[in-house]
Design a protein around this ligand. Structure first.
Ligand code: ATP
Length: 371
């Protein structure tokens, strides 16, 4: 499933040069994006970057100042929210407190004038979908947070929209329940074969649920890619930093022949080499970035200490159970992190605080960022 790699694939949702201004503030800035049918797509970014505004323009609660929003080839301009084949589920769930679960789910269908027998059938189907058959007669206050969240989901899906819009849907749940619900969402999306668009500022959540992620900053999209691409090949320091942990060393390109680049990172006292093709000339400023789990740590100097090797001293070890994170202070005062899985750590002679160590990595491990 990767329609975005197929040049002939038709976009299902399309934002074309969309701008939304509030007075002289630009919340969404000339943004273009294509989302495909059956995709689970995440808009990810810090608070205020314009994610919700973008989603609201698709739902019809807000309109672009300029540009177009299309769904299945149709320009949505002027179409009110209730006539759009989208439904939005909010963080607050907004269930009616005085109504039972059954009535909450049936509400929109009744408003639409659906025949009673059909409503009953649809509500049963939705209750089954979210595994709440036995809770139909309860009121929201008699449910757990996770169950309320599932009622809200059932209600959003009851009209069988073509696109489900989820605005920080799991924000109110605790970590464990949130993780469980993420997998339920994926399962639901696959079973229904629907297009889901989720807004979140939680990178782990976006990585877990989405087929593709758009990372946003200041009303613009910085990168759109699969979770693995975003993690392995971020296109900028902004994306690298936003997703997971990463070590970033400033440097200058000393050579960038085809098949790899060489960088001098003076402050880190290191020369680094990557296999990455870099669009930069010798002398250009660039940054070398490497994930902590790709860094090896040892007491002994590597066979070739002249490249991809940084000496330092352990100044902190964070024990997280499955892994330990070693914070290593370099001669320059900067620190680098290395994540060591504890199965390895137990076998080896343990490295401890204040030990002099070498951090090394393979030529495939790091990436060069030019912005
Ligand atoms: P969060 O995760 O905090 O919801 P977000 O990325 O979803 O953030 P938006 O809600 O899209 O951000 O808001 C983007 C920017 O636009 C914010 O700076 C916000 O203050 C501004 N904004 C949104 N709606 C309005 C409005 N109706 N009037 C004025 N400014 C607005």
């Amino acid at each position: 499933f990767a329609p975005w790699n197929d040049p002939s694939a038709k976009a299902f949702i399309e934002f074309r040069n969309v701008t939304r201004s509030f007075g002289d503030f630009t919340a969404v800035d000339n943004l273009s994006l294509k989302i495909y049918e059956r995709e689970f797509f995440a808009l990810l970014g810090p608070s205020g970057c314009g994610k919700t505004t973008l989603m609201r323009m698709l739902a019809g609660f807000d309109a672009p100042t300029s540009g177009e929003v299309l769904l299945d080839g149709q320009n949505l301009a002027g179409i009110p929210p209730y006539k759009r084949p989208t439904n939005m589920m909010f963080q607050s769930y907004a269930l009616f407190p005085h109504m039972t679960v059954w009535d909450n789910i049936a509400f929109g269908l009744k408003q639409d004038g659906m025949p009673k027998a059909d409503i009953a059938k649809r509500v049963e189907e939705m209750l089954h979908l979210v595994k709440l058959e036995t809770f139909a007669k309860r009121k929201p206050h008699q449910l757990s947070g996770g169950q309320r969240q599932r009622v809200a989901l059932a209600r959003s899906l009851a009209k069988k929209p073509k696109v489900l819009l989820l605005d920080e849907p799991l924000g109110a749940l605790d970590k464990k329940l949130r993780e469980e619900t993420q997998f339920e969402l994926i399962d639901l999306q696959q079973r229904l074969g629907m297009t889901f668009l989720i807004v979140t500022h939680d990178q782990e959540e976006a990585m877990t649920v989405a087929d593709r992620i758009a990372v946003m900053n200041h009303g613009k999209i910085v990168q759109v890619a699969t979770p693995a691409e975003i993690y392995e090949q971020p296109n900028s320091r902004y994306v690298a930093d936003f997703i997971g942990e990463i070590n970033v060393l400033e440097g200058r390109v000393s050579a960038s022949p085809s098949g790899g680049a060489r960088l001098e990172c003076v402050a880190a006292g290191a020369t680094v080499e990557t296999r990455q093709q870099v669009d930069a000339k010798p002398g250009d400023q660039a940054w070398f970035a490497i994930r902590p789990e790709k860094v090896r740590i040892s007491r002994d100097a590597p066979a070739d200490p002249s490249v991809n090797a940084v000496p330092g001293e352990v100044w902190d070890i964070g024990y997280l159970g499955d892994v330990s994170i070693y914070h290593v202070r370099l001669a320059s005062g900067a620190t680098m992190k290395a994540t060591i899985t504890n199965t390895t750590r137990l076998v080896e002679r343990p490295i401890s605080w204040e030990d002099k160590v070498w951090m090394t990595w393979s030529v495939d491990g790091g990436i060069v960022l030019t912005k």
